[in-house]
Design a protein around this ligand. Structure first.
Ligand SMILES: CC(C)(COP(=O)(O)OP(=O)(O)OC[C@H]1O[C@@H](n2cnc3c(N)ncnc32)[C@H](O)[C@@H]1OP(=O)(O)O)[C@@H](O)C(=O)NCCC(=O)NCCS
Length: 203
């Protein structure tokens, strides 16, 4: 995580900023939702545990965790930006240095269905390819989680496994030359900037 602690990625609809301690209370609030816990296979944590988790992710070289903000509100730097739609996505490392698991969460349900999740995911994948040299991505999605399954399929992920025990589908994207070209085209508008903390992010 330390490697992206000063990285801000500016897209058309979303801005990705590193997940820092100042985001924890809001993130904690979102993750109180039993539905989100179920969809993301997460355990409910106390606020204290959430701070400890953020700290451990920060120290974990295998994770890159970003909070994603609504780009329009972020650009306007207005008070309304406090209500920015936020997404959390991060890589986890299942063991292979060229493969990472990617998770996307649009925590604010009113922000779903507007293309934020897809753009945030593409930006994260592009970051993984260009900055981390990754060549394969996986997503583990609950069998009944249709929005998420559809989104990853739209992003060219293909099903490689189905666990009837966990009722979970594993989808994979392997970066062939043509996939990489496609991904970089989709994200050619993304600008990388230096992240300087809460004031620049207006959250
Ligand atoms: C899955 C999730 C990230 C999608 O984010 P989003 O911003 O709403 O998605 P987008 O608006 O970018 O849509 C991208 C694609 O996803 C699919 N999709 C999104 N919402 C959908 C819905 N309600 N029903 C069916 N498909 C849907 C569509 O294929 C859509 O493309 P299209 O609009 O061209 O048809 C969001 O619903 C979410 O956070 N869900 C809860 C957390 C979760 O389950 N995360 C996955 C675990 S890793």
């Amino acid at each position: 995580m330390r490697l992206n602690q000063n990285t801000l990625l500016l897209g058309r609809k979303v801005v990705l900023v590193p997940y820092t301690a100042e985001h924890v209370p809001r993130y904690h609030e979102w993750m109180q939702s039993e539905k989100l816990q179920r969809l993301t296979s997460s355990e409910p944590l106390t606020l204290e545990q959430e701070y400890a988790m953020q700290h451990s992710w920060r120290e974990d070289a295998d994770k890159r965790t970003f909070i994603v903000l609504d780009a329009e509100k972020w650009q306007a730097q207005s008070a309304a930006a406090k209500e920015s739609c936020i997404v959390n996505l991060f890589f986890t490392d299942p063991g292979d240095p060229t493969l990472r698991e990617v998770q996307v969460i649009i925590a604010e349900s009113s922000c779903r269905g507007k293309g934020l999740g897809a753009e945030a995911a593409l930006m994260m994948l592009s970051y993984g390819v260009t900055k981390l040299g990754l060549t394969m991505f996986e997503a583990k999605i609950g069998q009944g989680n249709e929005p998420s399954l559809r989104m990853f399929r739209k992003l060219h992920f293909e099903q490689v496994a189905l666990s009837s025990v966990f009722q979970e589908v594993t989808l994979r994207l392997t970066m062939s030359e043509s996939q990489q070209r496609w991904l970089l085209e989709q994200t050619s508008h993304v600008e990388e900037k230096s992240y300087r903390g809460k004031l620049t992010e207006s959250c």
